[in-house]
Design a protein around this ligand. Structure first.
Ligand code: GDP
Ligand code: MG
Length: 597
């Protein structure tokens, strides 16, 4: 049976059509009837559907009858395409033998096409290049196939031309999966070695690890051991992924992809990347090569209602199980009370976590502006890490501040090179090298991570009319001339609004932020001064003018529904406010720094 298994993933630059192609594959293997089919079937999180992006890698088992008349088991693992979620891609790739590398026929090779290609190469996977969206009027399939050859070194004649939308070429893809991707190796007689590549939490069954069996087999009643913790559990059920359902089976053998229930209650006992083996007959070593995800961006999350603190903690614990990259620890803010400092893979990840907490756990949250991790050498010789700008010690205690850099790769048509260089200069980027790759230019820069965190991607896209794409990886720390800017509302410094910036930019950003705050903080009964300061020195100032009349006064005796609406609107606004001293500050204010600089 093992020789009839094919495990594969679909990888691509974002929006090149992975999820749509996965839909067609599901449909053509009759895994989902036409009636059940909805768009982006594998994107089961509500949020994924709304945003049209894939966040979690999902697995599904399909049956494919080949043209030669043999039935194969396909395990398809869908992967996310956004740069924040590279970790999910790499762990999905550890569970498969081959990939479909999807390239949009109207866009060509882009930054993440290349990054994902290298990930697949590292795993020594079979790569099937798919030139997708050939139905588009602007499609240039042949040119793109040649670009794939030139840039990635994959012979153009290996490319399959397809459209996830019309289904054209998908039968050829299915045959290529059978013909080109090898069956999984692994010995049924060897001791169990199973890799946890994902997991979910179920209120009744506890932690459900998703596994790829490398060697041996696993069945109900087995006593399993989790490699890193050494804890032993008895397997209750094992099963496979069917579209929209977890289907129990008798056992999982080598090369199979499935799930396990074993009354695992502790979230820490089934971490993604860990290995499961048998308690009595363990394997020699864990499955190698897993890179644990490291958060690189930190922000504070606080419940708007302080009574929700414990619910927030429980929600974070549950979410973490499903999202290994998330980290959190308790934090107190003078302004916001009790909350958590959370670590994320990037801004999109931070946004998604907040949205999932609010929707899936019914919480109302205030988040502070995300910040990178700074390293600080103190005059007493000690070195500390700063996850929260307000914790930066006074300048007289600091010998040097180091900020994280990324190696940024931008991939663009030639005509935008000039304006992109300008943007990168503004972002304090240092040019590494620049060369032609096919018809495009690859620009490699070292840039402070903090500088590209907020609006860089949007600006890159807009100045290149959508044509430039980017990818980045962390590239160590460099010393920077950085200062902490404090923000004072009504003469009180607000810890949650403090930020760290380069000294040449601090004034400009401080100015923009106080203006923005004066705009978003609602008028109070009294005038409220807003100030930005470095050390004791005020560098910018603005004022929220005092309220002149009661908002309700003008509709007194008038239209009752209008009055009701106004009150409701105020209530709505309240939810997302935090009282700082005597001033109500809305959520937007805490993110003002995102739109400055
Ligand atoms: P992903 O980010 O790689 O998962 O991409 P999606 O599958 O979500 O597709 C991105 C966008 O491209 C969506 O608007 C799809 O409807 C569209 N799309 C995907 N495949 C095709 C295709 O073959 N032809 C056309 N014309 N549009 C497609
Ligand atoms: Mg998708």
């Amino acid at each position: 049976m093992q020789e009839r298994i094919r495990n594969f993933s679909i990888i691509a630059h974002v929006d090149h059509g992975k999820s749509t192609l996965a839909d067609r594959i599901l449909q053509m293997t009759k895994a989902v009837s036409d009636r059940e089919m909805r768009e982006q079937f594998l994107d089961s999180l509500e949020l994924e559907r709304e945003r049209g992006i894939t966040i979690k890698a999902s697995a599904v088992r399909l049956f494919y009858q080949s043209k030669a008349g043999e039935t194969y088991i396909f395990n398809l693992i869908d992967t996310p395409g956004h740069v924040d979620f590279g970790y999910e891609v790499s762990r999905a790739l550890a569970a498969v033998e081959g990939v479909l590398l999807v390239v949009d026929a109207s866009q060509g090779v882009e930054a993440q096409t290349i990054a994902n290609f290298y990930l697949a190469m590292e795993h020594e996977h079979t790569i099937i290049p798919v030139i997708n969206k050939i139905d588009l009027p602007g499609a240039q399939p042949l040119e793109v196939a040649l670009e794939v050859e030139e840039v990635l070194g994959i012979p153009a004649d290996e490319c399959i031309f397809a459209s996830g939308k019309t289904g054209q070429g998908v039968d050829e893809i299915l045959e290529a999966i059978v013909a080109r991707i090898p069956a999984p190796k692994g010995h049924p007689e060897h001791p169990l070695q199973a890799l946890i590549f994902d997991s979910i939490f179920d209120a009744y069954q506890g932690v459900i690890p998703y596994v790829r069996v490398m060697d041996g087999s696993i069945q109900p009643g087995d006593r399993i051991r989790i490699w890193s913790t050494g804890k032993v559990f008895e397997v209750d059920k094992v099963g496979v992924f069917r579209p929209g359902a977890l289907e129990p089976v008798a056992r999982l053998g080598p090369g199979e992809v499935g799930w396990i229930t074993a009354a695992i209650r502790e979230i820490g006992d089934a971490q993604v990347g860990d290995t499961i083996t048998l308690a009595q007959n363990p394997c020699d070593a864990p499955y190698p090569g897993f890179q644990p995800a490291k958060p690189v961006v930190f922000a504070g999350l606080y419940p708007t209602d302080t009574q929700d603190y414990n619910r927030l903690r429980e929600a974070l614990e549950k979410l973490k199980l499903n999202d290994a990259a998330l980290s959190f620890e308790p934090e107190t803010s003078e302004a916001l009370g009790f909350g958590f400092r959370c670590g994320f893979l990037g801004l999109l990840h931070a946004e998604i976590v907040q949205e999932r907490l609010e929707r899936e756990f019914d919480l109302d949250l205030i988040s502070t502006a995300p910040s990178v991790i700074y390293r600080v050498k103190l005059t007493n010789g000690e070195e500390i890490e700063i996850h929260n700008p307000s914790e930066l010690p006074n300048p007289d205690k600091i010998e040097a501040i180091y900020e994280p850099y990324v190696k940024l790769t931008v991939y663009t048509p030639e005509e935008y090179v000039g304006s992109i260089m300008q943007l990168l200069q503004e972002k304090r980027g240092k040019m590494g090298n620049m060369h032609y790759v096919g018809k495009r230019v690859e620009m490699v820069y070292e840039v402070p991570f903090g500088e590209i965190l907020y609006d860089f991607h949007d600006r890159l896209k807009s100045l290149s009319r959508g044509y430039a794409s980017m990818d980045y990886e962390q590239a160590g720390y460099q010393e920077g001339e950085l200062v902490k800017v404090s923000i004072l509302v009504n003469e009180e410094p607000v810890d949650a609004l403090a930020f760290i910036a380069h000294k040449d930019k601090a004034y400009g950003i401080g100015r923009e932020i106080v203006d923005k705050l004066a705009e978003v903080i609602p008028r109070q009964q009294f005038a409220v001064p807003i100030q930005a300061a470095i050390g004791g020195k005020i560098i910018a100032r603005a004022t929220v003018k005092a309220l002149r009349k009661d908002v309700l006064a003008k509709c007194y005796g008038g239209d009752i529904t209008r009055k009701k609406k106004l009150l409701e609107k105020q209530k709505e606004g309240k939810k997302r406010m935090k009282a700082i001293g005597k001033v109500d500050v809305p959520q937007e204010a805490f993110l003002a720094v995102l739109s400055a600089g």
